[in-house]
Write a protein that binds this ligand. Sequence first.
Ligand code: FA5
Length: 346
Amino acid sequence: MQERLQELQTEVLQKIEQSENLKELNEVRVAYLGKKGPITEVLRGMGKLSAEERPKMGALVNEVREAISVKLEEKQKELEEAEVLEKLASETIDVTLPGRPVKAGSHHPLTKIIEEIEDLFIGMGYQVAEGPEVEKDYYNFEALNLPKGHPARDMQDSFYISEEILLRTHTSPVQARTMEKHQGKGPVKIICPGKVYRRDNDDATHSHQFMQIEGLVIDENIRMSDLKGTLEVFAKKIFGEDREIRLRPSFFPFTEPSVEMDISCKICGGKGCSVCKGTGWIEILGAGMVHPNVLEMAGFDSKKYTGFAFGMGPERIAMLKYGIDDIRHFYTNDVRFLTQFSRHEE
Ligand code: FA5
């Protein structure tokens, strides 16, 4: 029995030493120290021994078990450390690998043109004002010399929410609101960019929802020549010195006299195409001298104060500047179109 025990000890210690990983080591533990293992079997056989031999044998069995446990523990530590080292080695980060490129978004062409126009007017001393898109009929029409039932309301087909509330058809109500806030005291010098809505059929140059930028200047001695000079500076800065502009007499109920400004078509060079509807010109803004009724309604003394106002469509301006042939490109968000205006080109 003693021999068998010593044989077993040598065998187990060897197996422990040969274990290559924690799983194998555990298998050795279960196989030799478990209930069905050979050491337990030896213990069971002790009943057959004499009373003298039994304690000696018991001590020997304990010695063998102790030696095996110590070896098992040592080996377990060794294997655990090896596993940690292996894991660390396999998880090493190669900091020299090139990074994956991050896809950068681009500025929407409309945002670009609006910011460019804003910067230009801010440079000329204007402030940027904003107003609600869901507007009162009063500010959208009445305060602008367009009382209920006025035939000129038909110029702007509107989306009404109730009798008194509509989606604003132009940015001019921001003029009316700003003038009211000034309580009859000039000067006023603002531009108002924002979304507007009309029941227009969508085509190459019309959209039912589009942007406008309104401009308003009120002070003493503001004249038509100030308006003309301002629009000329604007056109040359945005489109370049070589583009032609023309002012045509027009009608807006809130300005008198009124004009419309056209710019030569970049797509066809003035020969006529589908974008300019064969005329060689594209209308980009309406303007005029603020009607005395509008000044008075907002609390300004029209004998002391005069002013000019203009309202332009930035989509049409971006179309002309970048040679875009359909206004719908701005709203369909095709990335092939949008990425052409990416930051790298700025
Ligand atoms: C107006 O909306 C006036 N409030 C502008 C104004 C302001 C005149 C201050 C005088 C003083 P009009 O309806 O023409 O005017 O529109 C102004 C500009 O908006 C047009 O020149 C055009 O560039 C743009 N626009 C008009 N309708 C559409 C549309 N359906 N889609 C895209 N752009 C449009």
